[in-house]
Write a new protein. Structure first.
Length: 502
């Protein structure tokens, strides 16, 4: 009997994806890995993201040695044909619908269950169907996962007596502080593999084979299992304790604060979510980190990350095309090119520069600055989703589709969240240090120094007044429109602003 090859995609790089159990490949199975240049030709990815993915794949191939057949080809089909010929192939359930469609269309490929997540897909479907597919709130799902995996539980009750410690984790940055003063996060050292990747990317760009956005400085994120474990241990040992209170805060000079920076390692498959949350829980039980910080971290992984993965598959392919607010505007060139220098608004300029230079910002700049601006300007949610997918080192189709369509752009009309997530300048002023030196004032709606987020917020509410007036969480804000004596001037101002850089 011919031994089946096992195909590892570029986001299946940890040991879990080769574990030889009843739902895994044979322990002697030869491994196939494929670099498909067509992936980079179809879309303009961030250069740092392309570097990270290729470096991680090549590091994994070096670890596997003679067991791996590493192929560089134009397409996945061509690469698989070169590596395996007509031999049978197994592969763990891919993380995108496009990749799943590809492997289903190939002869001789057997799909094994997904790995890298806490809840089997059939279990989630049973949970969601039991609710009629409606009111699939993250909080309910999170509690179920906690109970099912015995995470932060004291018997049948949540540790500390409360499921949700968000109230303790919404502190603005300390008054006058430029940084939190947290210990530095783990940063890897580049090696010969990185040199080779950078040489190849340079060559592809010079010859016109591909085009990237953003900058590729020294690699900032783990590209191997060893590096990822070092990053996890450093976070839990030195940074987790201060993570919770300021997880929603933003400081211009301290973009990482106490965040874990583990999302890219999780999404490459280098870390398993269970090992991350269990290590964090042990830190709390050992007295090394407070419960609110540990619960906030566990919520991000066992709650939100898991929830987004499950909804990506449960909602179906049509979810991609949801556009409940009818937003059709194209993304402007300055945003597509990450041209932070063209932007006057300090908050948006600073965060766009962070994306340009690193391919990463934490969740509040993503949601309440980048996403909120797109929502206020009425940009097409499908284009916004694609931008986030391409421009973030941790961005994948399954990650960004629910996060952007459902959470950030409210394009599903409330199927995933109960309200649009957007705000005026007052929230940004409270949670960040951006506004002080900015040319715009967060309290001003109309005029040369009008904050584009404050004006944009009211223009957004007016544009969707009919829909939002009936939303219990938005009704009060919508009623506030009637108290604005300068509303007509504000709307004329925002119409004239167009999509130029604010």
């Amino acid at each position: 009997m011919t031994t089946a090859f096992h195909w590892l995609f570029g986001d299946q790089l940890g040991p879990r994806f080769l574990a030889p159990d009843e739902q895994g490949p044979d322990c002697e199975a030869p491994v196939v890995m494929i670099e498909a240049r067509s992936v980079f030709r179809r879309r303009r990815f961030h250069r740092a993201k392309a570097h990270l993915v290729l470096s991680a794949m090549r590091h994994r191939a070096a670890e596997l040695g003679d067991r791996v057949h590493y192929v560089r080809a134009e397409t996945y089909r061509e690469g698989l044909r070169k590596a395996a010929g007509s031999a049978p192939v197994t592969v763990h359930h891919p993380t995108s619908r496009a990749a799943l469609g590809l492997v289903r269309a190939l002869d001789g490929v057997r799909i094994l269950p997904a790995r890298g997540f806490l809840v089997p897909q059939h279990d989630f479907r049973a949970w969601a169907d039991g609710r009629g597919g409606k009111r699939l709130r993250q909080e309910d799902f999170y509690r179920w996962v906690r109970q099912d995996h015995d995470l932060l539980m004291d018997g049948a009750e949540p540790a500390g007596g409360r499921w949700n410690l968000d109230h303790d984790n919404r502190e603005p940055p300390p008054e006058g502080a430029r940084t939190l003063g947290a210990p530095a996060p783990y940063r890897p050292r580049e090696d010969a593999v990185d040199d080779e990747v950078r040489h190849d990317l340079d060559h592809w760009e010079r010859t016109g084979r591909v085009s990237f956005v953003g900058r590729d400085g020294p690699r900032l994120f783990p590209a191997s299992r060893r590096e990822a474990l070092s990053a996890l241990r450093r976070f839990v040992t030195h940074r987790l304790a201060d993570f919770g209170p300021y997880e929603d805060a933003v400081l211009a000079a301290d973009p990482v604060l106490s965040h874990s920076l583990l999302s890219s390692s999780l999404n490459l498959g280098l870390l398993d979510p269970l090992e991350c949350v269990e290590l964090a829980e042990q830190a709390w039980r050992d007295g090394a980190a407070p419960l609110n910080s540990v619960e906030g971290f566990v919520r991000q992984i066992a709650g939100w990350r898991e929830y987004v993965w499950q909804l990506y598959w449960y909602f179906g392919e049509d979810y991609r095309h949801r556009n409940a607010l009818g937003h059709r505007a194209a993304l402007p060139e300055w945003f597509l090119e990450l041209d932070a220098d063209a932007v006057t608004a300090r908050c948006l300029s600073t965060v766009l520069a962070q994306v340009r230079d690193t391919g990463w910002t934490h969740h509040i700049p993503r949601l309440m600055l980048l996403g909120s601006h797109a929502l206020q300007r009425g940009w097409d949610p499908a284009e916004v989703t694609d931008w986030f997918h391409r421009c973030f080192v941790d961005g994948y189709d399954w990650v960004m589709l629910p996060n952007v369509v459902g959470m950030s752009q409210y394009a599903d009309g409330g199927r995933m969240t109960t309200k649009p997530y957007t705000s005026g300048g007052a929230y940004l002023d409270r949670m960040s240090d951006f506004c002080g030196p900015c040319a715009y004032r967060p309290t001003v709606r109309v005029g040369e120094d009008a904050c584009p987020f404050t004006a944009g917020y009211w223009a957004f509410l007016e544009r969707h007044r009919g829909r939002l007036a009936g939303n219990p969480r938005m009704a009060r804000a919508v009623r506030g429109l009637d108290r604005l004596r300068d509303l007509d001037a504000l709307l004329a101002q925002e119409h004239g602003r167009g999509d130029g850089p604010p």
